[in-house]
Design a protein. Sequence first.
Length: 262
Amino acid sequence: MIEVKNLVKVLPNGRRVLDGVSFKVDKGEFVGILGPSGAGKSLTLRCLNGLLKPDEGSVTLTDASGRQYDITKANKKELRTARQKIGVIFQGYHLVKRLPAIDNVMIGRLGQISTLRSLLYGFTDREAEEAKKALEQVKMEALAGAITSGLSGGEMQRVAIARAIYQQPSLLLADEPISNLDPSNAKMIMKLIRPLSADIPVIGVFHQPEMTAKYCTRVIAIKDGKVLYDGDPKLTNDQLVEIYGEELQQMEHYEQPVPVIA
């Protein structure tokens, strides 16, 4: 479970880019964060994994054993431990392109082993087998030995998902994971991410309301740094207009201009 309480982030010019953001996400939930450009969506995600320290508020992660991690108050050592429990899927993949796909998957556990062991011994045969199983989950086992630079965007994102699976996290964050993908690959990625929420909370930032309506269990809309909506992922046209305003007319959607819910 991840619990966020009253996050506030103020820029040097006095603008409150996060203004009291609060929510809680449990395992079994795939939550999509929506909102117009500059609303604070990605900033919120960065606070969740400790990349950005808020001026006020708290982020608390509870793993399967019941251990709690205070992300906002953690020192460097504590934050490193907490991040081992957080898997992240990025828009730009964040893969080492000169390495084979399976090596990129195993990088997901580098933070869990000592530097000396990683330099001298690398990964064990058992760990390599687990990495192969993670690739099987995303239907990439046939390309386990392929150099990552030769993969398509959709294939790279599937490797990134396998890396997150291999990490065995207590929380999965996805920062615009389908923004660079064509409609077919975007749907495939959403289908791969959704089942992961059965065991852990999954939170993603998206720009496609029609995708969150179909694949997410819940939507949180952020506007002007505040939570404007938290609930059913199937938004009405009126709700979308309230969230996006004029920006709604400029958004590119894959299947329809906006999802019309009767």
